[in-house]
Structures are given as structure tokens and as C-alpha cells.
Write a protein that binds this ligand. Structure first.
Ligand SMILES: [Zn+2]
Length: 419
């Protein structure tokens, strides 16, 4: 079957829908968990499913470097070899081109010279031309030439349900004319990507075009119109979303206002922090992906509702609950510290509460904060698995809460409860 998107309800606060794929249905708004090389980090596919996961996303760039799309195709495709039989997305590798060429946006924001230096070195190894992006494999030094056609053939080989066109992302602080040039190149790559994909794809596959244009509103309008008219199943929003959540909201407003293809599902690429999700659903965003919940888990962070944190830890300082994690996703997603506990912190040494008493994940049913703290201090892998399980369940509960609130017209109250 072809993927199919149905909007079931549209409100002033967001919309409800479903994406039906050959591998299952995704109720939207939904969170897409990152399975970079086909695997969720520290989590079995069935456990992710039990925690409410509807769809996962793999990165074309990493899979191309190793083991290559042909081998995955020969072995039966990602859904067969990974044990994740549900819906799957893959990106096109465009984001990694951006990371290689310009360094991460968050690094620039924080003025990290090391990253800028590294960026200069990687730029020397990366050559972007009209044809595509040529780079050296970090695995064995071989040259990989990622063209729109290669990006799409790879995703066809993976067997994913939902794919993305190849795009070139720009850093948030580059000047307008460079952003404009890059946007037009992304449009040309999108046209090539879709021509190739629509000709050679498997029947169950659909592709997303991508809106670029960085922080420049006029460019976002041009790119929105381009993406809406493209012969694609869905629309992705990529590129720099500015310096903070307010910049992001301004960009989403523009896109929302100028998008004539409201019948297509809309995916916000690389953004998925709680504040960003609660803000963005209003602008018709149907799906989000981000490494945030699983990466946070690997740093000892357990997601919780902010009020829950305040009540449980009213006698503990808020500062002690923060964690510095490297965030190489879009800059606007970086400011989200208040939604988690840092279980590495000594204040949890004797805390016999579960992470969240109202959470029905197997971590909260089994382990106390004190025990997870103990595991983290001992560098036990189980700690990361337990936190990943909880954070996945948490994000899925957040999304089902959003869907319920939209369905019952109580989104404003729901959002306020999280503010
Ligand atoms: Zn839990």
C-alpha cells in the first residue's frame, strides 16, 4: 500500500491525523525516535514498542558509510534486519553535510573554537558541487559521493516507509545571499530527488520535500511554496530555525501561513524538545524527530514534568538538576533543561522514589532513583537502558497527552500544565 495521510481534526491549537503505512499506522502528532544506524541506542525494538513508540528514524549518511545500502537491501531491508517491524523513516544525509561543512549551530552559538577548528578540517574533506556532496568515509577513508539520486536509492534500498529528499542545510548565522544560493540548490536537489524516487521507489514508500531558507522570512516563503508544489508525499522543515524558540516560532508562523499543501503531513526535522513540541503543534506540525530523549538518558537524565520536579524536589536546588549535554541538533532546541532530573547527582543517593510515580514504564515499576544513581556511578549499562526506556515512554505519553487534549479541546490547559 502507498502511505496515506488523513487529517481527523483541525483546531486552532494543532491538528490530529494519522499516517497509514504498510508497516502500521502513526497517530499524529507523533514523536519519531532516532535510530541512527538502524538501532535505537540501549533499547530493544520490542521494549520501545511497549513504551508506545510508533516510528523510528535512521540516518542515511551513517548507514552509507557503513555497511552501505546494498548490503542492507540484500539482507532484506532495515525493518527485517533490525527487528523493528513498525513504520520507519530515514533522513537523506543532508543534515550531516551541514554538520561537516559548517559545524553544529549550537557549537557556533556557544562560540566553541574547537568545533570551529574541527569544522575547518572537515570542510577540507568535503566538497559540495551542483552534482552532490563528496566526502571521505570516517570509517575507512574511502570517498563517498552523495548525490540526490544516491540518497534516494539508498533510502529505497533500506525499505523505509518515509524518506526525505537530499538538501543542504545552512548555519544560522550565514548571510542571506549564501542562504539563498543554498536554498535554490536544495530545491534543484529536491526536484532531482523526487524525479528519481517517484520512478524507482517501492509501492509502500513516500518522500518528503524539505523547506529551507534559514532565518530569512522571504526565503522561507519561497521555499514553502516550492515544497508545497513538489510531487512529494509530505513536507519537512529543515535548516536553521534561529537562535531560540521565539525565532523558531516566527519561522513556523510564516511557513504555516504560506503552506497551501495542508493535506500533506509536516515533519519538523531534528527538533523535539518538550517546549518546542508544545509550541509547534499549533502550526500544524504532525511529526518531530530528535536525539534528545535517548541522548539525555545516556547522560543520566530522566525526563519529568516540570511541576513534578518542583514538588518532589522542593527542598533541593534547581541548579543541581541540570546537565550539560552536547546538542548538535538545531540551536532552538537547546534550551530545555528544566524537564529532567540528573540522576548522577548525589541528592538521589538515598531517594527511594521511582523517577515518576505516575509513569507506567518498566523502569519506574522496577527501580528507584537511588538504584539508578548507584548504577550510573558504577557505569553499569543497565542504567542507560533503564533511563532510555523511561525517556521513550515519557515522550510517547507526552504525545498521546497532546493528541487527547487536541481531541477534547483542552490543549490550552494541557500546555499550561507544562509551562
Ligand atoms: Zn518511567
Amino acid at each position: 500500500m502507498h502511505p496515506k495521510f488523513t487529517i481527523t481534526k483541525t483546531t486552532a491549537h494543532g491538528r490530529l491525523g494519522k499516517i497509514e503505512t504498510a508497516h502500521g499506522t502513526i497517530e499524529t502528532p507523533a514523536f519519531v525516535f532516532c535510530a541512527t544506524k538502524g538501532a535505537l541506542k540501549a533499547q530493544w525494538p520490542n521494549m520501545a514498542r511497549e513504551a508506545g513508540t510508533q516510528i523510528i528514524l535512521s540516518n542515511t549518511y551513517h548507514l552509507l558509510v557503513h555497511p552501505g545500502s546494498k548490503l542492507i537491501h540484500e539482507l532484506g531491508g532495515l525493518q527485517k534486519i533490525t527487528g523493528w517491524s513498525g513504520p520507519m523513516m530515514s533522513d537523506s544525509g543532508g543534515y550531516q553535510i551541514f554538520s561537516f561543512g559548517y559545524g553544529s549551530v549550537s557549537s557556533e552559538l556557544k562560540g566553541k573554537n574547537k568545533d570551529q577548528e574541527r569544522s575547518k578540517i572537515t570542510q577540507a574533506r568535503l566538497k559540495i558541487t551542483e552534482e552532490g556532496a563528496k566526502f571521505r568515509s570516517y570509517k575507512n577513508g574511502s570517498t563517498i559521493f552523495l548525490t540526490p539520486e544516491v540518497a534516494m536509492q539508498s533510502q529505497i534500498d533500506f525499505g523505509v516507509d518515509l524518506a526525505f529528499v537530499l538538501d543542504e542545510c545552512t548555519a544560522f548565522n550565514i548571510e542571506r545571499n549564501k542562504t539563498e544560493k543554498s536554498m535554490h540548490r536544495s530545491h534543484r536537489w529536491a526536484t532531482r530527488s523526487l524525479e528519481y524516487f517517484n520512478k524507482y521507489k517501492k509501492p509502500h514508500q513516500g518522500a518528503y520535500s524539505i523547506i529551507q531558507g534559514g532565518v530569512y522570512k522571504d526565503l522561507r516563503i519561497i521555499s514553502t511554496k516550492f515544497a508545497a508544489e513538489a510531487d512529494s508525499f509530505g513536507i519537512g522543515i529543515g535548516g536553521s530555525m534561529g537562535e531560540n524558540i521565539h525565532d523558531m516560532e516566527e519561522i513556523l508562523k510564516i511557513i504555516h501561513k504560506n503552506n497551501d499543501a495542508t493535506h500533506k503531513p509536516i515533519h519538523l526535522l531534528g527538533i523535539g524538545t518538550i517546549d518546542a513540541i508544545l509550541m509547534a503543534v499549533k502550526y500544524g506540525i504532525d511529526t518531530f524527530d530528535c536525539v534528545y530523549p535517548t541522548r539525555l538518558a545516556r547522560h543520566g537524565g530522566a525526563l519529568i514534568k516540570p511541576h513534578y520536579n518542583t514538588i518532589i524536589n522542593s527542598n533541593k536546588t534547581r541548579q543541581s538538576n541540570t546537565i550539560e549535554i552536547k546538542d548538535n541538533t538545531n540551536s532552538a532546541s537547546a534550551n530545555t533543561r528544566r524537564h529532567y532530573l540528573n540522576l548522577r547527582n548525589a541528592i538521589y543517593e538515598k531517594d527511594n522514589n521511582p523517577i515518576d510515580i505516575s509513569c507506567n514504564c518498566c523502569t519506574c515499576a522496577t527501580f528507584s532513583r537511588a538504584y539508578i544513581h548507584m548504577l550510573l556511578k558504577a557505569d553499569e549499562t543497565l542504567a542507560i537502558m533503564a533511563l532510555t526506556q523511561h525517556n521513550i515512554a515519557f515522550m510517547n505519553r507526552l504525545m498521546s497527552g497532546i493528541r487527547k487534549a487536541l481531541s477534547e479541546d483542552t490543549f490550552e490547559e494541557f500546555k499550561n500544565a507544562w509551562a
